[in-house]
Design a protein around this ligand. Structure first.
Ligand code: OGA
Ligand code: NI
Length: 359
C-alpha cells in the first residue's frame, strides 16, 4: 500500500469566508466555486424510487426473509435504501433537523466559536483549501466525532440554540448524544442484517470494523445558490464509511449515479437514507455497491442534512470476507487499514479512493 500512496496534501488553510457569508453579502460567484466540467441541466434528472426497507421486519425471524432479500437487492443495485420503522420517532428526527437549522442560522460570530482550526478536521467551516486548482463545494459544515466517546472534542459541540434546551431540558450535545446511541443500535442491526442477507455470520462485517469503530457526524448546510447549475453542493464521491446514515430535510438535492446516469433521491420525512460505503464494498468483495452521489443546490431554498459515517477503527484491517471470494468471484480488493487517510489523498486528486485498493 505504502509505495502506491500519493503524496501528502499541501498544508491546509482556512478559506476566507463561509458560503453563507458569500450569499448574505450578495457577492458574485467566486471563480473557485465554478465547476469546470461540462455537466449541465443538472437539476432535471429522473426521480428514482429507492427501495424502502422496514427495519422492524428485518429484526424478527418470522418476517425477515423477504425484507432481507429487499435489503440485499437494494444494496447490490443502488447501494442504498430508505430505512423505515427504525425505532426513532418522527418528532425526535424533526428535533434533530430543527437544531441543525438553528445552528446554521446563528450569527457568524457565534458559529465561529466552533470554527475548525488550521490543519484540523473537526468543527465548523467549509472546504479545506488544499490546492489552488481545487473547486470548492457550495456548502458549510459542522464536522464532529461521535464515537468512541473518549475521542469527542466537546469544544466543537454547540451549546445553543437556547429554545431547544428549554423545550427538552437538554443541551444540543445531549440531543446529539441520544442520536448517537440510537444510530449505534440501527447501524449494528443493519450491518448484521447485511451479513445475514449474504448467508454470512451476523457479525462478520461488524467485527472487521473493530471494537471501537470511529463514528463521525457531518452537518451539511447548503445555502441557496443564485446559479445552481454552476456549482456543486457536494462533488460526486462515494463515502469512506462502512455505512452512512443520512437524515435529509424536506428539500431535495441528493443525486445518485447508476450506470452513468444521475437520479434524484426523494426525501421521506420518517426515513433514514442508508448507503453502503467503500468499506462495505471491500468487505462484500464488490457485491454491495458504494454508490457515487452528489448534492445539487437550488436558488429557491436552502437545504440541511446530517450524515453519520460508521467507519472502522483506524488500525483494523479490512478485506473481503473469505467465503465471498470464489472461483467465479475472484478477490477484487486488497487488505487495507487507515482507509480514511488514503481516501482523502485520493479524493483531493479527483480519483475514486477505492481504486487504491483494487487488485
Ligand atoms: C456526505 C453526503 C449528502 C447530503 O456528506 O457525504 O453525501 O445530502 N451528503 O448532504
Ligand atoms: Ni456522501
Amino acid at each position: 500500500m505504502a509505495e502506491s500512496a500519493p503524496p501528502a496534501p499541501a498544508k491546509t488553510q482556512l478559506p476566507q469566508k463561509s458560503v453563507q457569508e458569500l450569499v448574505i453579502n450578495g457577492e458574485e460567484l467566486p471563480e473557485n466555486y465554478i465547476r469546470k466540467d461540462g455537466d449541465r441541466g443538472i437539476l432535471d434528472v429522473p426521480l428514482v424510487e429507492i427501495p424502502v426497507v422496514d427495519l422492524g421486519l428485518l429484526a424478527s425471524s418470522s418476517t425477515s426473509g423477504e425484507e432481507l432479500e429487499k435489503l440485499r437487492s437494494a444494496l447490490s443495485s443502488w447501494g442504498c435504501f430508505q430505512a423505515t420503522n427504525h425505532g426513532v420517532t418522527l418528532p425526535f428526527l424533526d428535533k434533530v433537523r430543527e437544531v441543525t437549522k438553528q445552528f446554521f442560522a446563528l450569527p457568524m460570530e457565534e458559529k465561529r466559536k466552533y470554527a475548525r482550526e488550521a490543519g484540523g478536521i473537526e468543527g465548523y467551516g467549509n472546504d479545506m483549501i488544499l490546492s489552488e486548482q481545487q473547486i470548492l463545494d457550495w456548502t458549510d459544515r459542522l464536522y464532529l466525532t461521535l464515537n468512541p466517546e473518549d475521542q469527542r472534542k466537546l469544544k466543537y459541540w454547540p451549546e445553543i440554540p437556547e429554545d431547544f434546551r428549554q423545550v427538552y431540558s437538554l443541551q444540543t450535545w445531549d440531543i446529539l448524544h441520544e442520536y448517537t446511541i440510537k444510530l449505534e443500535m440501527i447501524t449494528a442491526a443493519v450491518l448484521k442484517a447485511m451479513a445475514r442477507s449474504l448467508n454470512l455470520e451476523d457479525n462478520c462485517f461488524l467485527d472487521q470494523c473493530g471494537k471501537r469503530p470511529t463514528v463521525t457526524a457531518r452537518f451539511n448546510y447548503y445555502p441557496k445558490c443564485p446559479r445552481p447549475e454552476l456549482v456543486h453542493g457536494v462533488k460526486p464521491h462515494a463515502d469512506a464509511s462502512a455505512i452512512t446514515v443520512l437524515l435529509q430535510d424536506e428539500v431535495e438535492g441528493l443525486q445518485l449515479q447508476k450506470d452513468d446516469q444521475w437520479f434524484r433521491v426523494p426525501t421521506i420525512p420518517q426515513a433514514f437514507l442508508i448507503n453502503a460505503g467503500d468499506l462495505v464494498e471491500i468487505m462484500s468483495n464488490g457485491i454491495f455497491k458504494s454508490p457515487v452521489h452528489k448534492v445539487v443546490t437550488n436558488s429557491e431554498r436552502e437545504r440541511t442534512s446530517l450524515a453519520v459515517f460508521y467507519l472502522a477503527e483506524p488500525e483494523e484491517e479490512i478485506q473481503p470476507v473469505d467465503s465471498l471470494v470464489t472461483e467465479s468471484r475472484p478477490r477484487l480488493y486488497k487488505k487495507v487499514k487507515n482507509y480514511v487517510d488514503i481516501y482523502f489523498q485520493y479524493y483531493q486528486l479527483g480519483k475514486r479512493p477505492i481504486e487504491a485498493v483494487k487488485i
